[in-house]
Design a protein around this ligand. Structure first.
Ligand code: GLN
Length: 228
């Protein structure tokens, strides 16, 4: 008599904050789309897991990993020393950096120094927020997501925004109003965050990324979103 149970489907619970186009955002029909979304679906497939996406606030991602509510997070998250104390990171999968965005008619701001005493819009818990906090006398205005941050800039509620260059560039290409100031600041690398000490799952993710790089799938996804 056949008693074998139906093999259980393996599920990866992945947190993200889909307000960060072109990495994660809501497309038509509210489905989650973007470079990170394609990448994590490909990683899950490669690992033999079904990916279940959880829509969370950016600053709630690391706590959700710590409590075990999600297995990992992919959210254009910069690998930095402070976060490395709290989570494991995969190998870096994207090179980024911060940039300043101002309104088209702003001819005053030419560099980070010029933001002294100004109102700077940032997203809660991000590297842009940490950078803004270093500007003397700046009034840092914190938003829950990038969309609100950019909207407040066009409403002139803030004088500038600091956010990741690829996200600002995408916003402008999509018809958002503004101009970028200066060069991309120091290089930042994005990684997938996992539970601290879960080296086994981290290795599986790294192996999957390595395989997707080898078999051309990673390049295909990169090309789809960045054109090269
Ligand atoms: N890369 C930035 C950070 O990790 C912003 C990420 C985001 O807003 N999704 O802090």
């Amino acid at each position: 008599k056949e008693t074998a149970a139906k093999p259980q489907e393996k599920i990866l619970r992945v947190g993200t904050n889909p307000t960060f186009a072109p990495f994660e955002f809501q497309g038509k029909d509210a489905e989650l789309t973007g470079f990170d979304m394609d990448l994590i679906r490909a990683i899950g497939k490669q690992m033999g897991y079904k990916v279940e996406l959880h829509n969370l606030a950016f600053d709630g991602l690391i706590p959700a990993i710590a409590t075990g509510n999600i297995d990992m997070a992919i959210a254009g998250m910069t690998i930095n020393e402070d976060r490395k104390k709290q989570v494991n990171f995969s190998v870096p999968y994207y090179t980024s950096g911060l940039i300043i965005l101002v309104n088209p008619d702003n001819n005053e701001v030419k560099s980070l120094d010029d933001l002294k005493g100004k109102r700077i819009g940032v997203q809660l818990g991000t590297t842009g927020a940490f950078k803004a906090a270093t500007v003397p006398d700046a009034k840092v205005v914190t938003f829950n997501n990038s969309d609100e941050q950019f909207l407040e800039l066009s409403n002139k509620g803030v004088d500038a925004c600091i956010n990741d260059h690829p996200v600002v560039a995408y916003y402008l290409v999509q018809g958002g109003k503004g101009k970028m100031i200066g060069n991309v600041m120091e290089e930042e690398s994005y990684g997938i965050a996992l539970k601290k000490g879960n080296d086994e799952l981290t290795k599986k993710v790294n192996d999957a990324i390595a395989e997707l790089k080898k078999n051309g799938e990673f390049d295909k996804i990169h090309k789809k979103w960045f054109g090269a």
